[in-house]
Design a protein around this ligand. Structure first.
Ligand SMILES: Cc1cc2nc3c(=O)[nH]c(=O)nc-3n(C[C@H](O)[C@H](O)[C@H](O)COP(=O)(O)O)c2cc1C
Length: 203
């Protein structure tokens, strides 16, 4: 595709999923979590809800969800009472990999019915047992039955525009830098040329 078409793709696809979701899971004594913009419902049957998320294969959470078959999707609050905790959750889970340390250690949690950790400072959550998944080469989309859910706070959901503003440019710049190896990994998984040759050497 030429640049004009790529710009049109960017325009058409950007902002379609505005709510960041904090995802947690646990397997074999290890718990972890990340932030995703891919979360959503996966059923129209109100009494038997299903949910879905897409997780990049590069991420540690991907392997843990594959192994455990469970995940928890949390939405975060934007009220004055909840905003600081919401931003702390995004900084903790979205800024580094669980392969480099326990990201949940300083967050308030309880064990869910699946044993995955529930973030007590979230606005609400659904706890999910995986029923199916789709391998999209660079990522996997997980689908599952909602087996438990709870509303933990009051007020509206944090959206990604407010989140980026509150996270600040220093954090978002570092996030962008950390994101590059993920994009290169995704290129490799799809058999595409890797643009950043330095990360090719180190992998
Ligand atoms: C706003 C935002 C959206 C993100 N969306 C996704 C996503 O849709 N899928 C994904 O796999 N990672 C996404 N990430 C990146 C992960 O949260 C990040 O790489 C995390 O450090 C992975 O941690 P892990 O290796 O411990 O699993 C997003 C991060 C942010 C801050």
């Amino acid at each position: 595709m030429d640049q004009e078409q790529l710009d049109a793709v960017s325009f058409t696809m950007s902002g379609l999923r505005p709510i960041p979701v904090a995802v947690t899971t646990a397997h074999g004594g290890r718990s972890n979590g990340l932030i995703t913009l891919s979360g959503g419902p996966a059923s129209i049957v109100p009494e038997a809800p299903r949910a879905m998320i897409g997780i990049t294969k590069y991420n540690f959470s991907h392997d843990l969800i594959m192994a455990s078959g469970v995940f928890v999707m949390h939405v975060l609050g934007k009220s004055d009472e909840m905003l600081d905790d919401s931003i702390e959750i995004i900084r903790s889970l979205g800024g580094s990999s669980g392969r480099d340390g326990d990201k949940l250690a300083h967050l308030r949690t309880k064990a869910g019915v699946t044993s995955a950790p529930i973030l007590l400072d979230s606005l609400g959550y659904v706890e999910v047992r995986v029923t199916g998944r789709y391998d999209n080469d660079e990522n996997t989309t997980f689908y599952g039955d909602v087996v438990a859910s709870e509303r933990l706070g009051r007020g509206g959901k944090l959206d990604i525009g407010l989140a980026w503003a509150e996270l600040g440019t220093a954090w978002t710049d570092e996030y962008e830098r950390n994101h590059e190896p993920q994009v290169d990994h995704s290129r490799r998984m799809r058999g595409l040329p890797v643009h950043d040759t330095s990360s090719e050497v180190s992998s």
